[in-house]
Design a protein around this ligand. Structure first.
Ligand code: FES
Length: 102
């Protein structure tokens, strides 16, 4: 595992997101209203919707396709929906975002 430098943390607006592509992997990077950052596999556990195009609120993102609420901390869908997308460790260091991946 290694830390991959992503971007300037401030380049992602509050309640916004961006996407990082690493080989076949797409990772959504999210910032909530408390300036906390999260990194999830960009594909919704329901039918693969692009989570980075969803609406961020609190510690969740609402998938743009069918509105499942995905927990940004755990990657799990909120009940009554079921499913989970992969989460990645993320950190801010010297104002830059890093994610931990293979
Ligand atoms: S693909 Fe995300 S809710 Fe259906």
């Amino acid at each position: 595992m290694a830390w991959l430098k992503i971007c300037d943390a401030e380049s992602i607006p509050r309640l916004g997101s961006t996407i990082v592509k690493k080989k076949e992997l797409e990772i959504g990077i999210f910032r909530n209203s408390n300036d906390e950052y999260f990194a999830l596999n960009n594909h919704c556990p329901h039918k693969g919707g692009p989570l980075s195009q969803g609406i961020v609120f609190e510690n969740f993102v609402a998938c743009p396709l069918h509105n499942w609420k995905i927990n940004l901390v755990t990657g799990e869908a909120e009940q009554p929906d079921e499913g989970k997308t992969e989460c990645f460790k993320i950190k801010v260091e010297d104002k830059f975002l890093y994610i931990e991946i293979d």
